[in-house]
Write a protein that binds this ligand. Structure first.
Ligand SMILES: [Fe+2]
Ligand SMILES: [Fe+2]
Ligand SMILES: [Fe+2]
Length: 395
């Protein structure tokens, strides 16, 4: 299989992560994209450099990724946030080890810090970047906009609420920058557009920031950590699937390049779980019917998120098809053996194998003998590929 040279735009990746994370609940709307919008507009009005504007934009797209539960995400939509620190630190910890995102992690770390008439310029002896305060303001503007009333009728109230906290919570110049926009109706309409992605692509200049192949693997690992962090029970699931899948791919004769793609597919196969609240992922006990439907949707969201990236097609075709079964009983596409490439069959076996051996909230992980018995049964029913299952037993 020919694999193109891997280069992926950071802008597009961050946008995709923002979208999937915001699928958690309809009330969240397009929060990450909205904050990125206001952050960019404010940074522009403050005449920051292009690099600073882009950092603020990407930080806006990712700022709440450290909030894993539905409750936390919904609580953060209240204008008067009470205990907002933990998710900001968690988000920055996840991102900071990845060099291209180091500055962005810094912005996210302090994105709820009040200005305190200047004292918020430093925290624990560290200078807080202005961009953090810009994202704070962008975030607090975004949460005040109600989708249930015309936005133009809300501008005055929002600007008044922000002005009342000028200095105490928000940097005065940042508030002034917002107030300079209060008569620009189009901005408020853009900020609430149902076509937000198109708006952002129109106003933010095309960025040349890209991840190289090596960086992409690191980024996939980072996202894998983010997915796995959602529950202590799945704390090593995606990295485990990647390791097993790479080994099986090696035994199946995949080339080095293809194995690298398999590795990325393993890290990202559950990407759609970013849309699933941790309340469901961590539930102690069997899921009810609705929760099962929500859980099942994650595979489709993995596919939807990855498929637009042409160079990542093997990842979406292998990783995102890990719940398909050769006899057509899988989901979300109901594909059968005619449609399922070898990579997808490997991922399916690696996923079942890894899941069975892990402890879950309601059961202990299985030993090798029982795991093999389940895999064998799934091969006998025509769900999993018999040749690949046979390779697992030889491990
Ligand atoms: Fe936040
Ligand atoms: Fe937020
Ligand atoms: Fe999985």
């Amino acid at each position: 299989m020919f694999i193109q040279k891997l280069r992926v735009s950071i802008f597009n990746l961050a946008m995709s992560i923002a979208k999937v994370v915001d699928l958690m609940n309809a009330a969240i709307g397009q929060h990450h994209m909205q904050v990125a919008y206001w952050g960019y507009r404010l940074a522009d009005a403050l005449s920051l450099s292009d690099d600073e504007k882009l950092d603020i934009f990407i930080a806006g797209l990712l700022h709440d990724i450290g909030a894993f539960s539905m409750k936390e995400r919904i609580d953060l939509l209240a204008f008067e946030d009470t205990r907002p620190g933990a998710h900001a630190v968690a988000g920055s910890l996840i991102l900071e080890g990845f060099e291209p995102f180091a500055a962005i992690a810094e912005l996210i770390k302090f994105h709820h810090l009040p200005w305190k008439n200047g004292r918020g310029g430093v925290q624990d002896g560290v200078r807080v970047p202005a961009g953090s305060h810009i994202i704070h303001l962008a975030d607090r503007v975004a949460v005040q906009i109600s989708p249930h009333a015309p936005v133009l009728g809300q501008v005055r109230t929002i600007c008044e609420a922000v002005s009342q906290q000028r200095g105490a919570v928000f940097v005065p110049e940042h508030v002034d920058a917002l107030l300079s926009m209060n008569h620009r109706e189009y901005m408020w309409l853009e900020a609430t557009s149902p076509h937000m992605e198109a708006v952002l692509k129109r106003i933010v200049p095309v960025s040349t920031r890209e991840l190289s192949e090596q960086q992409l693997v690191k980024f996939a690992k980072l996202i894998c950590r983010l997915i796995d962090f959602k529950s202590e029970f799945t704390a090593t699931h995606s990295s485990g699937v990647a390791a097993v899948a790479v080994e099986l791919a090696g035994l199946t004769g995949f080339s080095k390049n293809e194995r690298r793609m398999v590795e990325i597919a393993g890290y990202l196969h559950d990407l759609g779980k970013l849309a699933i609240p941790s309340e469901i992922i961590e539930k102690a006990g069997p899921l009810n019917e609705n929760e099962r439907f929500i859980m099942r949707s994650h595979v489709y969201y993995t596919y939807e998120t990855l498929e637009p990236f042409e160079v990542l097609r093997p990842v979406s075709r292998w990783g995102a098809l890990h719940q398909e079964r050769l006899n057509g009983t899988g989901y979300p596409f109901g594909f059968d053996s005619d449609d399922l490439p070898l990579g997808a069959r490997i991922m399916a076996v690696a996923d079942v194998f890894t899941a069975l051996t892990e402890d879950r909230p309601y059961r202990k992980g299985m030993d090798k003998k029982h795991t093999m018995a389940v895999l064998q049964a799934m091969s006998d029913t025509g769900e999993l590929d018999a040749a690949i299952v046979a390779r697992v037993s030889k491990r």
